[in-house]
Design a binder for this molecule. Sequence first.
Ligand SMILES: C[S@@+](CC[C@H](N)C(=O)[O-])C[C@H]1O[C@@H](n2cnc3c(N)ncnc32)[C@H](O)[C@@H]1O
Length: 200
Amino acid sequence: MKLIRSIIAEHLGHSLIKKLYELYKVFQIATHLTAKEKYRLYQLAINKKYVLEIGSYTGASTCCFAAAMKNSGGGKVFCIDTWNNDSMSEGHRDTWKEFQSNTENYKDYLMPIRGFSTSVVDEVSAHIKSLDLLFIDGDHSYEGVKSDWKAYKHFLRSGSTVVFHDSGWAEGVKQVIAEDVIPFVSSSGCLPNMWWGVIK
Ligand SMILES: C[S@@+](CC[C@H](N)C(=O)[O-])C[C@H]1O[C@@H](n2cnc3c(N)ncnc32)[C@H](O)[C@@H]1O
């Protein structure tokens, strides 16, 4: 690995190899996100200052956002989670330490807020009034996604981006996007299991 790094560094320059190596490490964090989804999250967060994610788990999406900020002039990722593995098929467990260890390199870019998404809205409002990107990946039930959208949509402005994970298999996610989100967006894109739109 060291040899490959120094060969590439020689040919491409140290700052590019550093960035590539950082992304490589981010992509190793255990997650349900595919490599294409991780790279899309990274791309969507380039030049964004304020990102909020509901559902940070062990930090994979968090690091994609934070790495983009680090490489494009800085910003803050608000990370909302109970870190108790709520509504996950594998059952309850405390994921906080894993999150902290996986996100250690980016801690200056993060503001973790521990609690249920709909219970911490006032705490979020105390820090921030508007968001450039909102990522919803917490409770995937219809009621869960709907209440997250209702609680956080007022942070979005014209030009902000909203992203939903599990839009391919989770009926609740699909339904909320169709009923509540599509009327608010001017353009959208998708991967098989992720959907994003830009607010009108
Ligand atoms: C699918 S995982 C998120 C995956 C993560 N985005 C990643 O990149 O790997 C869902 C996370 O949402 C959290 N969660 C579920 N319901 C929640 C709620 N109502 N409020 C806050 N966190 C919640 C769970 O604890 C879990 O860590």
